[in-house]
Write a protein that binds this ligand. Structure first.
Ligand SMILES: [Zn+2]
Length: 291
């Protein structure tokens, strides 16, 4: 069996209270066992029965109907909060990226003693998961994104850069490259006519895979509004640095949300060779209107 499988999740919060004995006997009657048969792994175990109780209050079911039935049952038995949802379950395997992030967090938060006063100040933090740059006043160096809590960030001390808006007739990709300086320290600048620095196209563009992805995509943007074109390039550049494993899940979530509201789109679930509107809308729902 494949490691990766999806399940319908029920989360029940009794909020410190004890569920009635009937709750447990019902779970047993429905064939839901706490942790199931120990001879096989937990993911495989889940697939072979109606569901498995991973933890007290966290039940993963094969069928949505089972999940809804349990949610109703818990609710009627006085649970304080009941949530349901769909999740992709995958046995966790630590990647080198995970280890590097953990190391950074340990270095920062694992230190004993008072915070280093020199670390306090203004930071510009760029988050790849949102393709956004934030300015924050912190007492210590940033570890996670101040907006979304994601760990895929870069940061530097000081205020966000300020640029002139795009000059007339300047190519959008040239402007993007010159203002984001992806080869040095990628950051999305704020635009200001009066205080922004003047932008001219670079003599040569050094390409890496992420910049190449943005450049390729820029050819499809003729006719798009400049703000949206720039936002799109920021998103593509950030997406191209993210692990591909997250891409399909993001597409599933985006298209599910889209279909729930509208119903018809020209895009497919499977990722295409380049990035498309489903990937882009996966980062910024503003682009959902183009699906
Ligand atoms: Zn973020």
């Amino acid at each position: 069996m494949n490691d990766k499988t999806s399940g319908h999740m029920v989360i029940v919060e009794w909020d410190g209270g004890t569920p009635p004995t009937k709750w447990y006997s019902r779970l047993k009657e429905y064939g839901l066992r706490v942790r199931g048969n120990k001879d096989v792994g937990p993911v495989e175990r889940r697939a072979k029965t109606a569901g498995v109780i991973f933890q007290e209050g966290a039940i993963v079911c094969n069928k949505e109907s089972t999940a809804r039935m349990l949610a109703t049952l818990a609710y009627s038995m006085g649970a304080k909060a009941v949530m349901t949802g769909v999740m992709v379950i995958d046995e966790f395997q630590m990647l080198p990226e995970d280890a590097a992030i953990m190391q950074r967090i340990t270095n920062q938060w694992g230190k004993r003693g008072p915070k280093n006063a020199e670390d306090a100040g203004i930071y510009t933090v760029t988050c790849r998961e949102e393709a956004a740059t934030h300015v924050v006043d912190l007492r210590e160096r940033p570890v996670v994104c101040p907006q979304c809590g994601g760990t895929h960030i870069t940061w530097r001390r000081g205020e966000q850069r300020v640029t002139m808006p795009i000059p007339d007739r300047m190519d959008v990709f040239d402007y993007w490259y010159a203002t984001r300086t992806p080869n040095a320290a990628f950051e999305i600048p704020r635009e200001d006519e009066l205080s922004g620095y003047f932008v001219h196209a670079a003599d040569s563009v050094q390409m890496d895979d992420a910049i190449r992805a943005a450049e390729r995509h820029s050819r499809t943007l003729a006719g798009a509004a400049v703000n949206e074109a720039l936002r799109t390039l920021d998103i593509i550049y950030c997406l191209a640095q993210e692990p591909q494993s997250a891409r399909l899940q993001r597409r599933v979530a985006t298209l599910s949300e889209y279909y729930a509201g509208q119903g018809k789109t020209n895009y497919q679930l499977a990722p295409s060779k380049g990035y498309d509107m489903v990937d882009i809308a996966g980062v910024d729902r503003h682009f959902m209107q183009y699906l």
